[in-house]
Design a protein around this ligand. Structure first.
Ligand code: E4P
Length: 217
């Protein structure tokens, strides 16, 4: 499973990259705003900074909601850097734009996916990635992980190549459950990745090894 980090924070991206397990980054307008990145020029410059840190795919989201606007914005984003993946919302014009970009060989991430039917539509339109938001489904007392299982089954039934990018991952258990369900990618905060390191028996075992080493030296 690929690990993406879901942030526009350059320090967190650099820390995950330094760990050696990072495969990409996802951003959205809210994450950009959280870092105080505003204005088209600053936002584009920030994408370039992210691409310079990480080796893999960097999802950059369009703001337009009409087909022409999405195409114009998406083409500008894709031209910015070869690592950029154009992120499009799951609305009718987003699906049309996804098909347009997929026919042109430009990679896409269809976002704001909350049902298996939406994921099927994105795959039919040739999306590179589809982003089901599991945390936001959990927030409304719906089973987010079940959506990952449903999409996996549908994509496997028909051999769709669209990669399932489990999004809105909030914690380490989400990440592990997505891996068990066969999600191709997960995107979450740095803490969800660093949580994988933690086990009290590792800490106790290491302390004992070091203590015993000191006794013998
Ligand atoms: C996905 O690409 C989104 O950026 C993200 O995962 C949303 O997560 P949230 O529900 O924690 O805001």
């Amino acid at each position: 499973m690929k690990f993406f980090i879901d942030t526009a924070n350059l320090d967190d991206i650099a820390e995950a990259q330094a760990l050696g397990v990072l495969d990409g980054v996802t951003t959205n307008p809210s994450l950009m705003a959280k870092e105080g990145i505003t204005g088209a020029e600053n936002i584009l410059a920030h994408y370039t900074k992210i691409c310079d840190i990480v080796d893999g795919d960097v999802s950059a989201e369009v703001i337009s909601t009409d087909f022409e606007g999405m195409v114009k914005e998406g083409e500008a984003l894709a031209a910015l850097h070869p690592q950029i993946v154009v992120k499009l919302p799951l609305i009718a014009d987003g699906i049309k734009a996804c098909k347009y970009f997929s026919d042109k060989g430009i990679r896409t991430n269809v976002t704001l996916v909350f049902s298996a039917g939406q994921a099927l539509l994105a795959a039919k339109a040739g999306a590179t990635y589809v982003s089901p938001f599991i945390g936001r489904l959990d927030d409304i007392s719906t089973d987010g992980l079940n959506l990952i299982a449903e999409i996996r089954q549908i994509y496997d039934n028909y051999g769709f190549e669209t990669q399932i990018l489990a999004a809105s991952v909030r914690h380490t258990m989400h990440l592990i459950d997505c891996a068990k369900l066969g999600s191709d990618v997960m995107t979450g905060p740095l803490s969800s990745i660093k949580g994988l390191l933690k086990h009290p028996l590792t800490d106790i075992g290491l302390a004992k090894f070091l203590e015993d080493y000191k006794k013998g030296n």
